[in-house]
Design a protein around this ligand. Structure first.
Ligand code: GSH
Length: 311
């Protein structure tokens, strides 16, 4: 199998979710740092437009969104499962809540002025302005939660996580599952990136003890790689065949159609390509790029829209 290449940057919470899962599953992986804001020409050469962080590359297969990346890693390395049978549905539901509601509240809290000062300490003012403009554009005009509303919401959410940890080491049992990694990453940002604001965690000591457990999982040992090498890997690889994948048609769009796929909220940059697979849980687009060659770009169904390109 080709190397696992994670396209990410150190301060990305969603990337931290995946880095820890790679550590949990003791997988070897290669690390490519991408910019925090647009433009990201090396990344979008692979994805065709999707710009969020992180993205997983395996040869000429490009996996977007951590929900799908978790499924792919589970398939590759089923040991230390992310989805214990007894709690599979609950784990996915808690994960979806953590990646949306918890993440939104925590990041609105983290990005109040004292947090911004820590995150951007030493950065030039233009860099901060460019970041704020990029994220404002990603929200397509939607207002960010005020930091006071965010603080109240975040505190309630922390109490709920503490309640889940009552009498057990992880949120749904004795071992970490996908929900632990999802609930951890926004809190990790508070603790590690905006420590001036981390006092909010003090009211829930169970959460702090669990965070220490999660942190100790580590990231395994990432190898170095750069964007050019990653593009070369894609160019010289052939995407895994999707022949035989069961087609589930919900949209009246036939395989072979030219389509666009985009996230259904926050960061709507679309990817266009030929729909070559649409299973129960994911879409696959085939596209060709001068630098990346022919790649398959994969998206989860949940959280993404599929539309036919009008001829
Ligand atoms: N649903 C996505 C969310 C990813 C996401 O929002 N990541 C943030 C970084 S933590 C992002 O993309 N920010 C803008 C960027 O990096 O360009 C996933 O699970 O991968």
């Amino acid at each position: 199998m080709s190397d696992l290449i994670l396209h990410h940057y150190p301060t990305s919470p969603f990337a931290e979710k995946v880095r820890l899962i790679l550590g949990h599953k003791q997988l070897a992986w290669k690390s490519v740092f991408i910019p925090m804001i647009m433009p990201k020409p090396d990344l979008t050469a692979l994805t065709g437009g999707y710009r969020k962080t992180p993205v997983l590359q395996i040869g000429a297969d490009i996996y977007c969104d951590t929900a799908l990346i978790c499924d792919v890693l589970e398939q590759l390395a089923p040991m230390s499962t992310l989805y214990p049978d007894a709690v599979n549905g609950a784990a996915r539901i808690v994960t979806q809540w953590a990646d949306t509601a918890l993440f939104t509240a925590a990041m609105a809290y983290n990005f109040q002025p004292a947090g911004v000062a820590q995150v951007f300490a030493g950065a030039p003012a233009e860099g901060v302005q460019a970041f704020v403009a990029d994220r404002t554009a990603m929200r397509s005009g939607a207002a960010r939660m005020s930091s006071t509303d965010a603080a109240a919401t975040y505190k309630s959410y922390l109490r709920r996580i503490a309640n889940m940890l009552h009498g057990q080491d992880f949120v749904l049992g004795a071992q970490p599952c996908v929900a632990d990694f999802a609930a951890y990453h926004p809190l990790w940002f508070t603790q590690e990136r905006t420590p001036a604001l981390a006092g909010i965690l003090d009211a829930t000591p169970e959460v702090k003890t669990w965070m220490a457990r999660m942190k100790s999982i580590g990231h395994g040992t990432p190898g170095k790689c750069n964007a050019e090498e990653a593009l070369q890997v894609a160019h010289s690889s052939t995407p895994v065949s999707v022949q035989g994948e069961v087609f589930q048609d919900e949209h009246g769009i036939a395989l072979g159609s030219q389509v666009v796929i985009a996230a259904d909220n926050f960061g709507l940059e679309p990817t266009e390509g030929e729909l070559v697979a649409a299973t129960r849980t994911r879409y696959t687009l085939r596209r060709t790029d001068d630098r990346a060659g022919t790649v398959h770009v994969h998206f989860p169904r949940v959280g993404f829209t599929l539309k036919k390109v009008s001829p």
